[in-house]
Design a protein around this ligand. Sequence first.
Ligand code: MN
Length: 738
Amino acid sequence: MKLENTAENREIANRYRQLLKVSKWSREKGDVQIIRKAFVMAVDAHSSMRRKSGEPYIYHPIAVARIVAEEIGLGTTAIVCALLHDVVEDTDITLEEIQQAFDPKVANIIDGLTKISGVYDTSSPQAENFRKMLLTMADDVRVILIKLCDRLHNMRTLEHMSDRGQLKIASETSFIYAPLAHRLGLYAIKTELEDLSLKYTQPALYQDLKYKLNASKEQRNRYIRSFIKPIKVELDELGADYEIKGRPKSIHSIYTKMVNKKLEFEDVYDLFAIRIILDSEPEDEKMDCWNVYSIITSIFKPNPERMRDWISIPKSNGYESLHSTVMGPKGQWVEVQIRSTRMDAIAEKGYAAHWKYKDKKNANSSNNLDNWLTQIREILEDQDGTALDFLDEFKMNLYAKEVFAFTPKGMLRKLPKGATALDFAFDIHSEVGAKCLGAKVNGKLVPLSYEIKNGDQIEILTSAKQKPNKDWLNFVKTSKAKNKIKQSLKDEKRVVAALGKEALGRKMKNTGFPYTVDNLNKLVAFFKTEDELELTYQIGAGTLDKEKIKLSEILVETTKVHKPGTERLDPSKLTSKTSRELLLGDATIDMDYTFANCCNPIPGDQVVGFITVGGEVKIHQTACKNAQNLMSKYGYRIIKARWAGQGNIEEEFEAALEIRGIDSLGLVGKVTDIVSKQLKVNMKSISFESLDGTFLGKLMLQVTDKQHLEQLMEELKGIDEYIKVKRIDLENIPKLTS
Ligand code: MN
C-alpha cells in the first residue's frame, strides 16, 4: 500500500511509527510484519471514515493500539486486535477475512470485541451484551483489556461528542468500565476513567475541584518537600535505591471522599500522599519495604487504624503495597505507600505486568487473577437470573473490598468484605456450603451469618441432612453462594411440587375428576398461581388454603373415575367431617384401630397397621422403630393403612418437636409466639434448658396433620439460621410435673 503524500497521510504514518516504537520491547521476530498487515488492513477499511472531530478514523485504532502497548503493556496479538477492533463492526471486512489473514486467536478476540460493541444501557438487552463481553473475557482477558483501551481513548476525545452522547458514555464509563479496570488492577486507567467521567457528568464541580487543587499546588508541594526531607536522610544513610513521588489524589477520589464523609475540600485529610518505590532484588523486596516502613514510622507517628499490608497478602487483583497514614508536620495526615518497582508496575499496569514478571520468583500474584477469572466463569455459567440481576451482583463484586480468612489447615481464602461464614463454606466448595450446619471461628461456635474478620480461622461444620433454605439468601454476600442456594431451592421446589402433584392427583381421582391439562388449567386459574409447578408446589407445601380446595366447585365433572370394588367417595363428604381418618386394607375392612403411643402418627405420615393379639389394629408410622421390629418378626399381622384424604380431618393429633440452637435473648418468646399466635397451634407442654450458650427445647403440640406440623417446623427454623427443629417421639417428652 502506498499512501498519497498528503499532510494527513504523513501524520498517519507518523503515528504508526510511534506505535512501533512503544511496542518494541515486546516484539519478536516477524511481529512487525503482522502489525503492519493489520495496520494496512485497518487504514484501507476505514479510509473513507472520519471521527466526529473531523480527523481520519484510523487515528482512533492506532491510538487504542498504542494504549494497549504502552499503558497496559500487552504484546503483538493485542496490538493487532486493537488496530482491527472496529473493522468488522464498522466496515465491509468480515470475520472470515480476518480468520484467513491472521492467527485464530486474533479472529477470536475481534469476534468478542465485535459482539460487545453495543454500549451498555440498563433499559435494553445491552446488559445481555455485557454478560457476553464477560463470557468472552473469561475466554481471553485481552478482549476486555482492549475494550478498556478503546473506552479510554473515546473518553479522552469525548469533547467532540454531543452533550447527550457525552453523558451517556461518561455514565456508562463510571458505572462499569472504571470498576472493571479497578478489578483488573489497572489503577492508572481506572483513575483516569473516573476523572474523565466526572468531568462530563458534573462539569462545574469538576472544574471547581481542579481549580482548587491547582491553587493549592505550590503550598502542597512545599509541605511534601518538608515531609520527605527527614525520610530521605535516613534512606540515604541506609544506602537504599529509591524514588519518592508526591502523589496528587485524583479529582474523583477527592470528590468521593467529600461526598461520603460530608467534608469540605479543605478537610479531605489525606490530600497528602507520597509513594516510595524501592529498586530491590525480588528476594529482598518485602524486607526492604518493611525496613522503610519502620524508618518512616519512627520519624512520624502512624495511625494504627490506617495501616494496610498488601505485601504479605496481596489483593486478589494482584496489588501489592504497604500503606500507612502518618501524622506529618503541622498536624497533617500523610498517606505513605511503600512498594518495589515490580509491585509498582503491577499496580499501574495490572494484568500485563503480571505476565512480564510471571517467570520471576515472586509472581504468585498472577494466580489470584486466574482464580478471579475462574470465579467469573463459574458465576456466568451458573447464572439463570436476568442479565440485569447478574450485572448488579457482578458490579458489587468489582468494587467489594476484601477480607481474608484461613481454613483449619491454614489455607488462605479471600472473600468480599461483609462475607459470612456461610459464604466461606460455599467458597470452599458448593457441597460444603449446601451441607453447612454451623461454623467455628477461632475455635468458637458462631452463627452462619457471622461476618468474617481478617485473619479468622474458620472451620465449617456440615451435616449430610442439611440443605439450603431461603433465609440463607439474606446473609450471603458472594454471587457463588447466592446462585447455589437459589438453584437448590428451585430443585427442592420441584420435589415438594411432586408431592403436591401426587396429593392433588389422588384427590381428583377420589372425587372423580380426571387429572387432565384442562382441569389443571382451571385450578391454576382459580388459585391464580403462576403455573402448574407453582400450584402443585403450594399444595405440597401446604400453603394453599385447604378450605378453598373444593374441586367440585372449581371443576366441571366430566367422566367420573369409578374404581370397581371400592366404596365411592362422595366429593361433598370429603370436605365435611368424617369419623374415620384411616382406610385399612383395601378400604373395605371395618376394624377398630388406635394410634401407637411410641410414634404417634399424624395424618400425612406414612403409616402401617399392625394387628395386635387382642384383634385390634395399632397404627404406627412406617418409620417407627417398634413397628419395624414388629414387622420383621410378625409380617403376617401387617395390615395396609392409608389416610382417607386430605383436608377432611378435624381431629387434632399430638406431636412432639425438639428444637436446638444457639441460645439468644427472647428466643423462648419467639418460639411460643410462632406456635400459639401466628399458627394458632395448641401447645400442651414446653420445656427449655440451656447449656453453654446452646439450648434444647421440647414442645408437645396438637396439630391436624403432617403438613400442619411441617409448616410449623419451617416457621420455627426461620427464627434464626442456627435453629434445628426435628420431630421426636412423644415418649421423649418429659412428663409435666404438677
Ligand atoms: Mn473503537
